[in-house]
Design a protein around this ligand. Sequence first.
Ligand code: 6PG
Length: 266
Amino acid sequence: MIELSLPNYPRNYEPHFKSFKIAEMIKIYSNLDYLNQFAAEKFIQIGTKAIEKSGKFTVALAGGSTPKSLYQLLTTDKFCSQIDWSKVFFFFGDERNVLPNREESNFRMVYENLLKPLRIAEDQIFRWQTELEDVEKIAADYEEKIKVFFDLKENEFPRFDLILLGIGDDGHTASLFPLTEALDETKKIAVANWVEKLNTNRLTFSFTTINNASNIVFLVVDAAKAEVLREIIKGDFEPEKFPAQNIKLKHGNLLWLIDEKAAQNL
Ligand code: 6PG
């Protein structure tokens, strides 16, 4: 049942999952501004703790349109001085198979709205090198970069302090789309993924990488996501159809930040 709280403040929603528990916490906000305020505070809180603990903050960012306003908010006076950005290392949970200067590039969206305004140094940014053209090479190159950065041994996976995710209206997350091969990947950190319905290759973290994170925050807004969100959170467990259902942390916090419109069917 939904505990009603003050308007504009997050309502905690403890869903009665039919067959599985995918989220410790689901917070519902009256609009994107309030959601972003909380998300920015969460970003700073997780980052500050990570820097205190290990001297750095590793974050894998989401692409698409939803997180753009959050990235912009993080560059405002209210937030930009709340963390030592020189200790933040930026990765991308997925990428489109386009050059970094193309409109569709997740890197370009993040660069323009977060990295450039904050003047983040190049050696703190780890993007998919899509100029390598061959998607298998791009994925292998990115996997190698991550292994070196996290100093991983064979069969080890990185533990990102935070991974931001969105969901598509078909239930995909990152570029793990329904009925695609990457859904079954358990050995690799980063893979290429042919997406028939888009008639294109995408690049994405595997579930194993994502589910090894210390914190995951989903950002989901707009009525267009209401039906798929109901399926993901309250429907039967069908991760082939709704890949976002496969996001479940072994050790860490999973948080869904949702606006009222997206939550209307919960
Ligand atoms: C991408 C994203 C993708 C995104 C969802 C939601 O490359 O598009 O990584 O997983 O999070 O498609 O996108 P919107 O925020 O644009 O609805």
